[in-house]
Write a protein that binds this ligand. Structure first.
Ligand code: FES
Ligand code: FES
Length: 165
């Protein structure tokens, strides 16, 4: 099938099989610098770990569960796109400062889930953060430091004029 979609704002068109997953399509693509988009990770492959999270038309989804036809004409944001924004950079720095990044495998998924929360609730309490991140698994941190990182990011953003998540 011919698949047309926008990835991080760039229109793309490709031949793909209808049984390919969006996760596989993203990880086999390259950006303008010829760097493969490998930031979206495969953990479980069955919708349980959140490592493959992306935004599809603004909605947080597990890309391992999205068959290619479902991405037709969609706008996809990956960690490469989000990570290049002011919001993404602030969040990643805050997670790092709070020691919420250890091996880093889960981090792209946590970043996407946290941004998804912060876009609608810029000053979330701890429980709201834990609920928003409940679909993401981390083997390293015990989660508390990730929650701290999101709180740190929310505080830092509140002090920046004109900042949007
Ligand atoms: S790889 Fe998609 S949810 Fe785990
Ligand atoms: S930092 Fe290693 S899995 Fe989360």
């Amino acid at each position: 099938m011919k698949l047309r979609l926008r990835i991080n704002g760039k229109a793309m068109e490709m031949e793909t099989r209808a049984d390919m997953r969006l996760l596989d399509i993203l990880r086999s693509m390259e950006d303008d610098e010829g760097t493969a988009l490998k930031g979206t990770k495969e953990g479980c492959g069955e919708g349980e770990c959140g490592a493959c999270s992306v935004f599809l038309n603004g909605k947080l989804v597990n890309s391992c569960l999205i068959p290619a036809p479902q991405a037709q004409d969609a706008h996809i944001e990956t960690i490469e796109g989000i990570g290049a924004t002011e919001a993404g950079k602030l969040l990643i720095q805050s997670l790092t400062d709070a020691h919420g990044v250890q091996c880093g495998f889960c981090t792209p998924g946590f970043v996407m889930a946290a941004i998804n929360l912060l876009r609608v609730e810029s000053d979330p309490d701890e429980q709201a953060i834990r609920t928003a991140l409940a679909g993401n698994l981390c083997r390293c941190t015990g989660y508390d430091m990730i929650v701290d990182g999101v709180q740190l990011a929310a505080k830092a953003a509140a002090g920046k004029e004109g900042f949007t998540w």
